[in-house]
Design a protein around this ligand. Structure first.
Ligand SMILES: [Mg+2]
Length: 273
């Protein structure tokens, strides 16, 4: 019998190309996942509003993990709505792990001058569009944050020093493909991946083989929490410094590498085309 696969994937630089956010290289693999009814759980530093929009474009109706594990959300009308742990969260139902955004911003504003920081909360929509390359509507969705503050260092980056300073407030700093992120210290993609896997396990009553795909440091906890971790190269072709048992390395960055890696796993773990 085929092993049921549960796939967790980062977006920026992984399913989506770093430049242009295209998923063209992954279309064939995405179509095959749909045919197999294989759940794809988007696991990103993006917001609920951003991922809801992307799920609609991809034709996906699955739980999703936002803001580096800050929360698990359900698209409206999902069968898991009302299940233990889920509560209304904005326009959806969700499970919260992260610190509320207003608290993060208060800490951020206290350190902004000393470290030369500029966060999403300081930027106009036009600046977010410029720094991310997102179209206007998606930049607006990116600014609607619940659990994390993406930021840049305007001068010399001092992420370790900043992380040590915010640790006293129960916060930490992680690095994504494009931005650093200030968030709760207990918050990472791995914890949310474990909780989501449990939800699927309970629903099916059998073991799922979990797959994780990511490209950056903020993906490491997700990759450590799955059976089959896949690391994609960064846009420059180099790989983030990660060593895990069974780690697979995709041959190309972005959607092309994603498509090839997922097709390879489907060839190994399923007998259907
Ligand atoms: Mg990424």
């Amino acid at each position: 019998m085929d092993a049921p696969l549960l796939i967790f994937s980062d977006l920026d630089g992984t399913l989506l190309d770093h430049q242009g956010y295209s998923y063209a290289g992954a279309e064939q693999a995405l179509a095959r996942l749909r045919r197999l009814h294989c759940p794809l759980i988007l696991t990103s530093s993006k917001t609920c509003a951003e991922i809801l929009g992307l799920q609609r474009r991809l034709g996906l109706h699955e739980p999703f993990i936002v803001e580096n594990g800050g929360g698990i959300f359900l698209p409206p009308g999902h069968p898991l709505e009302g299940r233990a742990g889920f509560a209304p969260l904005g326009e959806c139902q969700g499970i919260r792990f992260g610190t509320p955004y207003a608290t993060l911003r208060a800490v951020f504003e206290g350190l902004r001058g000393a470290y030369g920081l500029r966060g999403f909360g300081d930027m106009t929509t036009a600046e977010i569009m410029e720094r991310t390359g997102l179209p206007r509507e998606e930049a607006v969705a990116a600014a609607r944050r619940d659990f994390s503050e993406p930021f840049v260092f305007l001068g010399e980056p001092r992420p370790a020093e900043l992380a040590a300073q915010v640790a006293a407030q129960g916060l930490t700093v992680t690095r994504g493909g494009r931005f650093f992120h200030l968030m709760s210290a207990g918050q990472d993609k791995g914890r949310a991946v474990v909780a989501t896997t449990r939800l699927f396990q309970a629903g099916r009553g059998s073991e799922w083989v979990t797959v994780g795909l990511g490209d950056a440091e903020n993906d490491f906890p997700m990759l450590a929490a799955v059976t089959l971790p896949v690391l994609l190269p960064r846009p420059d072709g180099g790989y983030a410094d990660l060593d895990l048992p069974g780690l697979r390395k995709a041959a190309w960055p972005g959607s092309r590498g994603w498509g090839a890696a997922v097709m390879g796993i489907l060839d190994e773990y399923t007998s259907l085309a």
